[in-house]
Write a protein that binds this ligand. Sequence first.
Ligand code: ADP
Length: 386
Amino acid sequence: MMNFLKTNKQVVLGILGGGQLAKMLANSAYQLGFNVSIIEKEKSSPAGDMTKQEFVGSWENEEILNQFLESCNIVTLENEFIDPEILDKVAEKRIIFPTAKTIRLIQDKYTQKDILRRAGIKVPDFRAINSVEDALEFAEEKSFPMLIKARKYGYDGYGNATVFSQEECISAIERFKQSNPYRQLMVEEFVDFSKELAVLVARNQSGELAIYPCVETIQYQHICHSVIAPAEISKELCKKALDAATNCVKAIEGVGIFGVELFLTKDNDVLVNEIAPRPHNSGHYTIEACYTSQFENCIRAVLNLPLGSAELIPPAAAMVNLLGTREGSGSPENIEKLLCHKKVWLHLYNKKVSRVGRKMGHITAFGNSQEEAFKLAQAAANAIVW
Ligand code: ADP
């Protein structure tokens, strides 16, 4: 097990990807006295702009990948949609967490859920399908509505279809097959949830865990808009969520930080939706509101260092995403208006262009209650336009 701090070697954290998650990881790395190297397709990415060690190009290009690997001594990622074969190549030269094995099983939503279900973790009922008949058979057993999900490469709901009838089911499968005839699909029962929850879990190689508070996430059109910490649920339900999330990370032998998304059902059960093997949008509030942020604990976990406390400092915190509302410049129009809001933290990701629904930044606020924190963050977020 490698501990760079004992070898007197400068730690250079290599990050596969240069988006906002990499940027916030880089901030934490610098705070810890480490250096950062970025590989990203486009020049001047949010994280690439922060370092002299910016490698621009595809990680499928072996020359660029090797230059990047030469520049760093440990690697992590900000996005699970990397071909695991690339991660195998990285692992030949550098320590990388999460591992290619973890990413392989997480990338396929069916395989992921199958492992969790076998580990005794409650998930919505699901099945792999090879034909419309398979889907209709599942619907007959479970009834509509249900979801058809692409097993791989879905994000922000792209790759999911909720269907309410046989006709909708047939046409949704046709649409999936038209866009890619080889795309593997699964079906999943529709969960009539009362809240969506998330729990972040950091785990280092020694098996030490840091478990963050259970938070509520609020999605519109499958995009996360805001996060409330802690979730306003009973102690008993909170324990169920924390236990489920911890068991998920143990079941996949995860090392790094993992965002576990859960559903709270109307009959007070907690089901796991999915695991993200990287810092998660539901954990941005931890930068100010927890003793150790999700980004810092990710780095500590990857380096097998002792983890910091995941405890919440204020009574309540809220995070509101700043989502693009137009196509155009990535610089907000009226930042002064936002900065008139005193007790909030503003994070802008420095993306060059804005698009409708694109995550351009976020706001965090504290409160004596969840409502107070949310109102503060939302009022500030309302003041800015892209
Ligand atoms: P992605 O991987 O694209 O983020 P998810 O599978 O996490 O997709 O689903 C995105 C959102 O779709 C969830 O946050 C939830 O709101 C809704 N959703 C997903 N699965 C179900 C389900 N089985 N029942 C009800 N809603 C669901």
